[in-house]
Design a protein around this ligand. Sequence first.
Ligand SMILES: [Zn+2]
Length: 201
Amino acid sequence: MTNQGITVPGEKLGVEEEFTPSENTFTENGEVYASAVGLVNASGGKVKIENGMNEIRSLGRGSVVIGTVVGALPSVIFVNIDGMKSGTRHYVALKDGKLVMARGGPREQHSRGMEFKPCGMGDLIIARIVRDDEDTYELSLNGEEEGVVFSRCETCSFPLVRGKNDDVLECGRCKHKEGRKISSLYGKTEEVKTFMDKAYR
Ligand SMILES: [Zn+2]
Protein backbone atom coordinates (compact mmCIF):
# COMPACT_ATOMS: atom_id res chain seq x y z
CA MET A 1 0.00 0.00 0.00
CA THR A 2 1.40 3.36 -0.97
CA ASN A 3 -0.31 6.65 -0.26
CA GLN A 4 1.44 9.57 -1.87
CA GLY A 5 4.84 8.14 -0.91
CA ILE A 6 3.77 7.25 2.61
CA THR A 7 4.68 3.83 3.90
CA VAL A 8 3.12 1.78 6.61
CA PRO A 9 4.96 -0.62 8.93
CA GLY A 10 5.78 -3.91 7.23
CA GLU A 11 5.83 -2.45 3.74
CA LYS A 12 8.70 -3.79 1.62
CA LEU A 13 11.10 -1.05 0.51
CA GLY A 14 13.63 -3.08 -1.44
CA VAL A 15 16.53 -5.47 -0.94
CA GLU A 16 19.77 -4.97 0.99
CA GLU A 17 21.79 -5.03 -2.23
CA GLU A 18 20.01 -1.80 -3.23
CA PHE A 19 20.07 0.10 0.06
CA THR A 20 21.65 0.08 3.47
CA PRO A 21 18.76 0.06 5.91
CA SER A 22 18.66 3.12 8.15
CA GLU A 23 16.16 4.87 10.49
CA ASN A 24 12.76 3.21 10.98
CA THR A 25 13.49 0.17 8.83
CA PHE A 26 14.31 -3.47 9.49
CA THR A 27 15.62 -6.33 7.40
CA GLU A 28 14.48 -9.88 7.04
CA ASN A 29 15.99 -12.43 4.68
CA GLY A 30 17.90 -9.71 2.85
CA GLU A 31 14.80 -7.59 2.30
CA VAL A 32 14.29 -4.13 3.77
CA TYR A 33 10.95 -3.19 5.38
CA ALA A 34 9.50 -0.06 6.96
CA SER A 35 8.94 -0.16 10.71
CA ALA A 36 7.08 3.16 10.98
CA VAL A 37 4.52 5.27 9.17
CA GLY A 38 6.33 7.95 7.21
CA LEU A 39 7.86 9.20 4.03
CA VAL A 40 10.44 7.06 2.26
CA ASN A 41 13.79 8.70 1.73
CA ALA A 42 16.08 6.59 -0.44
CA SER A 43 19.26 8.44 -1.33
CA GLY A 44 23.00 7.90 -1.20
CA GLY A 45 22.56 4.14 -1.03
CA LYS A 46 20.59 4.39 2.20
CA VAL A 47 16.91 4.05 2.86
CA LYS A 48 15.08 5.52 5.84
CA ILE A 49 11.60 6.51 6.88
CA GLU A 50 11.25 10.11 7.92
CA ASN A 51 8.33 9.99 10.21
CA GLY A 52 8.06 13.46 11.79
CA MET A 53 4.93 12.01 13.39
CA ASN A 54 3.40 15.40 14.07
CA GLU A 55 2.90 15.75 10.34
CA ILE A 56 1.39 12.36 9.71
CA ARG A 57 -2.09 11.69 10.98
CA SER A 58 -4.35 8.79 10.42
CA LEU A 59 -7.91 9.27 9.28
CA GLY A 60 -10.47 8.62 11.96
CA ARG A 61 -14.10 8.85 13.00
CA GLY A 62 -15.79 11.89 11.47
CA SER A 63 -13.27 12.33 8.65
CA VAL A 64 -14.65 13.01 5.19
CA VAL A 65 -12.86 10.76 2.72
CA ILE A 66 -12.68 10.07 -0.99
CA GLY A 67 -12.07 6.63 -2.42
CA THR A 68 -12.82 4.00 -5.02
CA VAL A 69 -15.20 1.07 -4.72
CA VAL A 70 -13.14 -2.10 -5.05
CA GLY A 71 -15.69 -4.73 -4.07
CA ALA A 72 -19.47 -4.92 -3.95
CA LEU A 73 -21.31 -7.73 -2.23
CA PRO A 74 -25.07 -7.67 -1.58
CA SER A 75 -24.60 -6.66 2.07
CA VAL A 76 -21.29 -4.80 2.08
CA ILE A 77 -19.32 -2.54 -0.26
CA PHE A 78 -15.53 -2.21 0.05
CA VAL A 79 -13.79 1.09 -0.57
CA ASN A 80 -10.13 1.85 -1.10
CA ILE A 81 -9.66 5.21 0.66
CA ASP A 82 -7.21 7.77 -0.71
CA GLY A 83 -4.65 9.49 1.47
CA MET A 84 -4.97 13.26 1.79
CA LYS A 85 -2.37 15.99 1.95
CA SER A 86 -2.73 19.44 3.45
CA GLY A 87 0.41 21.57 3.39
CA THR A 88 2.97 19.51 5.29
CA ARG A 89 0.35 17.28 6.90
CA HIS A 90 -0.37 13.88 5.43
CA TYR A 91 -3.47 11.97 6.37
CA VAL A 92 -3.17 8.27 5.79
CA ALA A 93 -5.84 5.63 5.49
CA LEU A 94 -4.38 2.69 7.37
CA LYS A 95 -7.43 0.53 6.75
CA ASP A 96 -9.92 -0.17 4.01
CA GLY A 97 -13.38 1.33 4.14
CA LYS A 98 -16.65 -0.53 4.08
CA LEU A 99 -20.26 0.46 3.63
CA VAL A 100 -22.71 -1.85 5.31
CA MET A 101 -26.12 -2.03 3.64
CA ALA A 102 -28.87 -1.23 6.11
CA ARG A 103 -31.67 -3.71 5.69
CA GLY A 104 -35.05 -2.13 5.19
CA GLY A 105 -33.56 1.35 5.03
CA PRO A 106 -35.14 4.01 2.83
CA ARG A 107 -32.72 3.10 0.06
CA GLU A 108 -34.23 -0.35 -0.27
CA GLN A 109 -37.61 1.14 -1.08
CA HIS A 110 -36.29 2.21 -4.44
CA SER A 111 -38.65 1.06 -7.14
CA ARG A 112 -37.91 1.84 -10.75
CA GLY A 113 -37.24 -1.70 -11.80
CA MET A 114 -33.56 -1.40 -10.93
CA GLU A 115 -31.58 -3.08 -8.25
CA PHE A 116 -30.46 -0.23 -6.01
CA LYS A 117 -26.86 -0.14 -4.84
CA PRO A 118 -25.60 3.10 -3.25
CA CYS A 119 -22.42 2.64 -5.31
CA GLY A 120 -20.86 0.05 -7.59
CA MET A 121 -17.47 -1.29 -8.62
CA GLY A 122 -15.04 1.38 -9.77
CA ASP A 123 -17.17 4.32 -8.57
CA LEU A 124 -15.38 7.27 -7.05
CA ILE A 125 -17.19 8.24 -3.85
CA ILE A 126 -17.10 10.81 -1.06
CA ALA A 127 -18.00 9.30 2.31
CA ARG A 128 -17.72 9.93 6.02
CA ILE A 129 -16.06 7.62 8.53
CA VAL A 130 -18.68 6.76 11.15
CA ARG A 131 -16.82 3.97 12.93
CA ASP A 132 -13.13 3.34 13.30
CA ASP A 133 -12.91 -0.42 13.79
CA GLU A 134 -9.84 -2.51 14.37
CA ASP A 135 -9.41 -3.47 10.73
CA THR A 136 -11.81 -1.27 8.73
CA TYR A 137 -13.37 2.15 8.62
CA GLU A 138 -17.14 1.98 8.47
CA LEU A 139 -18.45 4.63 6.09
CA SER A 140 -21.73 6.43 5.55
CA LEU A 141 -23.12 8.40 2.60
CA ASN A 142 -25.75 10.46 4.40
CA GLY A 143 -24.53 13.99 3.70
CA GLU A 144 -25.54 15.94 0.61
CA GLU A 145 -22.01 15.86 -0.83
CA GLU A 146 -21.52 12.24 0.19
CA GLY A 147 -22.16 9.64 -2.47
CA VAL A 148 -20.93 8.81 -5.95
CA VAL A 149 -18.96 11.61 -7.66
CA PHE A 150 -17.96 9.66 -10.78
CA SER A 151 -19.11 6.39 -12.32
CA ARG A 152 -18.77 4.50 -15.58
CA CYS A 153 -21.35 2.38 -17.36
CA GLU A 154 -21.18 -1.29 -16.36
CA THR A 155 -22.10 -2.28 -19.90
CA CYS A 156 -19.98 -0.03 -22.13
CA SER A 157 -17.61 1.89 -19.76
CA PHE A 158 -18.88 5.28 -20.95
CA PRO A 159 -19.03 7.88 -18.15
CA LEU A 160 -22.52 8.05 -16.62
CA VAL A 161 -24.44 11.30 -16.27
CA ARG A 162 -27.23 12.28 -13.88
CA GLY A 163 -30.61 10.97 -14.95
CA LYS A 164 -33.98 12.68 -14.52
CA ASN A 165 -34.42 11.32 -11.02
CA ASP A 166 -32.26 12.18 -8.02
CA ASP A 167 -30.95 8.69 -7.53
CA VAL A 168 -30.40 7.52 -11.11
CA LEU A 169 -27.32 7.73 -13.32
CA GLU A 170 -27.68 7.15 -17.04
CA CYS A 171 -25.31 6.17 -19.83
CA GLY A 172 -25.31 8.68 -22.68
CA ARG A 173 -24.20 6.01 -25.13
CA CYS A 174 -26.17 2.82 -24.43
CA LYS A 175 -28.91 4.31 -22.17
CA HIS A 176 -28.14 1.82 -19.41
CA LYS A 177 -29.40 3.10 -16.01
CA GLU A 178 -28.01 2.63 -12.53
CA GLY A 179 -29.57 3.50 -9.18
CA ARG A 180 -27.05 5.26 -6.95
CA LYS A 181 -26.66 7.51 -3.92
CA ILE A 182 -25.41 10.46 -5.95
CA SER A 183 -23.31 13.25 -4.45
CA SER A 184 -24.46 16.84 -5.09
CA LEU A 185 -20.96 17.24 -6.60
CA TYR A 186 -21.42 14.45 -9.18
CA GLY A 187 -19.29 15.04 -12.27
CA LYS A 188 -17.95 18.38 -10.98
CA THR A 189 -14.26 17.55 -10.69
CA GLU A 190 -13.15 21.01 -9.56
CA GLU A 191 -15.86 21.27 -6.93
CA VAL A 192 -14.96 17.84 -5.59
CA LYS A 193 -11.35 18.99 -5.23
CA THR A 194 -12.35 22.23 -3.50
CA PHE A 195 -14.68 20.37 -1.15
CA MET A 196 -12.00 17.86 -0.15
CA ASP A 197 -9.35 20.60 0.26
CA LYS A 198 -11.69 22.47 2.59
CA ALA A 199 -12.28 19.37 4.68
CA TYR A 200 -8.52 19.09 5.30
CA ARG A 201 -7.54 22.72 5.62
ZN1 LIG B 1 -23.34 2.34 -21.54
